[in-house]
Design a protein around this ligand. Structure first.
Ligand SMILES: Nc1ncnc2c1ncn2[C@@H]1O[C@H](COP(=O)(O)OP(=O)(O)OP(=O)(O)O)[C@@H](O)[C@H]1O
Ligand SMILES: [Mg+2]
Length: 397
């Protein structure tokens, strides 16, 4: 083979390559007129040009990549790449196609009059890039959420510690002060005075003890370690027994406690000691916030809960100050007292959050509502429940 034949053969091979290439290769003049194009480019361009007119590449591409003519005519001397990987979203005739067709276009100047365009379908790559971007955004958002949650938990922990320290310090301080006073005056103070000091020490110690019991209960509930032994029993009798324990307190404060005699027999699967704790807090709240001469009335009936389950419904109504409507839910948060009772009448603010957790462990609901005339109604709905094997066993909250 002589030199000319060699070149001829190589040219043939090159043409063959261009013809077969899976990438669109188009040669155009400076104004976009097509000189040569391989079948792949025709295939790709026909998705953009519905009328099939492929005489001018820049006109054909104008709907999806405008401004090519200006780009090419800017400088006809600079040989080499004019633009690389310009992306074009090609509208799909079938709108049911989820993923758009994406073309990539590169332009290379061959000489002062000719430009080569390379076209390829990068839909899959673009889809993958989009997915990665979405994943990254999602990842960032979930990281931010986790960070926000950690910060909120940290803040809640600090507030909790601050509240506890305050609540512990007050009775501790009282115990220490009265003990010191008593110690200093033990030889010459009148007997009654010393007795008062001891009573104060005893009162503060009881308060401290109750607070520690509440905190322990909360810690158990929050760590999922509180166990409930659900046994079928008469909730009416449980409620009456709790009311009996509060008769003295009500009497002392001049508050009538009504309803104990009318409580019907009503069976449900409950942990009796824990449910008593719930009733006790509702009764103690109702009595302590009630004005002298008013009444606290208690009722029990069977009905249907919001969930459609058959339930026992206990209500404790008082004629006290009520709770501002926007605080009816907040009073179930730890250490929260309503703005209407921030006079020192309240306690620590742990009774209702504990009650809510206990009722939730019974798959029930406790909430507060203001009564139309005056005072508050606290309601507890306890599903009657079928005493299944699982529920009769010890259950962890
Ligand atoms: N019957 C009620 N009438 C008016 N306000 C009430 C009533 N029951 C509860 N509250 C408000 O809700 C707050 C929270 O009640 P919760 O039982 O959790 O705490 P507490 O009684 O203050 O203290 P603790 O129960 O820990 O001794 C009370 O301090 C009070 O502000
Ligand atoms: Mg309380």
């Amino acid at each position: 083979m002589n030199g000319e034949e060699d070149i001829g053969a190589e040219y043939e091979a090159l043409l063959q390559f261009v013809y077969m290439a899976p990438v669109g290769i188009v040669q155009v003049t400076n104004d976009g007129t097509v000189v040569m194009m391989n079948p792949t480019s025709a295939q790709l361009l026909l998705t953009i040009v519905p009328d099939g007119n492929l005489e001018n590449l820049f006109t054909a591409l104008a709907p999806v990549v405008p401004g090519l003519r200006e780009l090419v005519s800017r400088d006809s001397t600079a040989i080499g790449p004019l633009c690389q990987d310009l992306r074009a979203n090609v509208p799909q005739p079938d709108s049911r196609e989820k993923d758009p067709c994406v073309l990539s276009l590169s332009l290379i100047r061959l000489d002062s009059t000719r430009v080569m365009a390379l076209l390829s379908d990068v839909s899959i790559v673009a889809k993958r890039e989009r997915e990665l971007r979405e994943k990254e955004t999602w990842h960032k958002a979930s990281l931010q959420l986790a960070l926000d949650a950690a910060q909120a938990a940290n803040k809640a922990k600090s507030e909790f510690l601050a509240n506890i320290s305050h609540e512990l310090r007050t009775p501790m301080h009282a115990i220490s002060s009265f003990a010191k006073l008593g110690h200093g005056k033990s030889s010459d103070a009148p007997r009654e005075k010393l007795q008062r000091y001891f009573e104060n020490i005893d009162g503060s110690a009881s308060r401290l003890n109750r607070l520690l019991t509440d905190l322990l209960d909360l810690a158990k509930i929050e760590s999922g370690k509180m166990t409930f032994t659900l046994v079928r029993c008469d909730v009416g009798r449980t409620l009456a027994a709790t009311m009996a324990e509060f008769e003295a307190m009500a009497h002392e404060r001049g508050v009538g406690l009504i309803g104990a005699g009318d409580l019907p027999v009503a069976y449900a699967c409950i942990d009796e000691a824990r449910m008593k704790q719930v009733f006790a807090n509702l009764l103690s709240n109702a009595i302590k916030f009630s004005p002298k001469g008013s009444s606290v009335s208690v009722a029990l009936r069977q009905g249907t809960a919001e969930t459609g389950d058959e339930c026992i419904s206990v209500s404790v109504c008082d004629e006290g100050p009520g709770i501002p409507p926007d605080e009816l839910e907040a009073v179930f948060d730890k250490f929260v007292q309503s703005t209407k009772t921030k006079t020192g009448a309240g306690g620590t603010g742990l009774g209702l959050p504990i009650a809510r957790e206990i009722v939730a462990a019974h798959k029930g609901r406790v909430w507060a509502a203001n009564r139309p005339d005056r005072g508050t109604e606290f309601r507890v709905d306890i599903p009657i429940g079928v005493p299944s094997a699982e529920r009769n066993e010890r259950m962890v909250a």
